[in-house]
Write a protein that binds this ligand. Sequence first.
Ligand code: COA
Length: 178
Amino acid sequence: MDAGASPDMSGIRIEAITAAHIDSFHRTLDIVAREKKYLSMTEATPLPQTREFVMGMIAKGNPQFVAVTCEEVVGWCDISRHFFPSHAHRGNLGMGILPAYRGQGLGRRLMETTLRAAQKTGFARVELDVYEDNSRAIALYEKLGFVREGIIRRAARIDGRFIDAIGMALLFDEDGSA
Ligand SMILES: CC(C)(COP(=O)(O)OP(=O)(O)OC[C@H]1O[C@@H](n2cnc3c(N)ncnc32)[C@H](O)[C@@H]1OP(=O)(O)O)[C@@H](O)C(=O)NCCC(=O)NCCS
């Protein structure tokens, strides 16, 4: 898409990720990572590792959804289950959207779909860390019921600058409600 042009949001579909999405997902992940403002990654992992990650998510039944338009992935949201059995009710959420597609409700759509899937697959707690200056992400998380649990001081150091993060979590009740 041309820089500065407004994208058409009407045809964007939210789909469960498949192997066919991986190349495009990798490109989108790399663009968001290289902004060096939002993600722990400052560039995408190499394509083979990204492929392994996605295929692992699919094999484990972890929710991972992508926003797709014109066969291109423009955003994603995923929830990785913790490894140890005593923590297996917990999932870690990550997400990102290409700059031109932000601020138009796509983040909410992606999260609602992914959280619904997480609830169905038995997660009891979804958690995330968000940099304290990421006001749009914090606003979205709070609107969807995430609660601040604490500050992770000096959570990241990017280009020599320390950034604090806010630890947030959403608990699903035992009856399945958020
Ligand atoms: C964070 C991100 C996923 C949010 O998705 P989005 O599509 O841009 O967000 P939405 O349009 O769904 O807006 C989220 C809500 O925040 C509100 N909002 C938007 N910008 C805001 C701002 N600067 N301050 C406060 N609230 C804001 C919106 O009004 C919206 O609320 P609503 O649904 O009640 O209208 C997206 O902006 C993104 O990819 N950012 C870069 C990567 C990133 O930050 N990833 C998360 C790392 S923890």
